[in-house]
Write a protein that binds this ligand. Sequence first.
Ligand SMILES: O=C([O-])CC(=O)C(=O)O
Ligand SMILES: [Mg+2]
Length: 232
Amino acid sequence: MQVGKRIFLKRELPDKEIVEGYKDLPTSNIADCMNRRGAMATRIKLMSSPTKEMCGPAFTVHNRPGDNLTIYAALKYCHEGDVIVIDNEGDNTRAVIGEVMMTWLRDQRHVAGVVVDGPMRDIDSLRNWDLPIYAVSTSPNGPYKEGPGEINVPVSCGEVSVNPGDLIVGDADGVVKVAREKTTELLPKVQAFHQEDDRKAESFHNGTGNIDWLDEELKNKDYKIIDDIYRP
Ligand SMILES: O=C([O-])CC(=O)C(=O)O
Ligand SMILES: [Mg+2]
């Protein structure tokens, strides 16, 4: 089989009920429960105006930088609820997707969202869309349609390696990946962490919380508390 032009139609998928369970959990809590890791690079920004979190299994696309023939193949083969994850090999010279393709993904495929590690275009319209769209930047330069490229192979997106079927969650803070085989064991941890985070915020709001642990921690880390002004 010719490596570089493979389109895999099948993926191992996370349990549907488990995916549902992640739907209202903040990406920050998910990353915290993975030892504060798993988030894509900060260059990957939310470009649209969704009212709900993005959450679904990764449908991965590895395209030739600046070329979208393989993304068109993704339009054909992706499924409802997928998050399209596009590895553009760091190219930032041309948009690889825009309003026309996004319209198909939203209205014909009902995907959960799109993450592009590269530029997109037609932002004037797409910025108001409810479909979660993440990208690095915008450019009026359009893509070529030559290939090669691959679908549903491991990709790199925002410095995070993504396997087909990994869980992708995105909110206003950014995008995080949970490896498919870890989704079930991680979910109760994130749910408990989220409850505790809410409880902490409430206790800071009503004054029952405290930061009594801080003095000891600063002392252990050799901070000096200086009762004077700074003089150069
Ligand atoms: O021309 C293209 O291939 C990308 C584009 O702008 C669109 O999808 O609207
Ligand atoms: Mg366009």
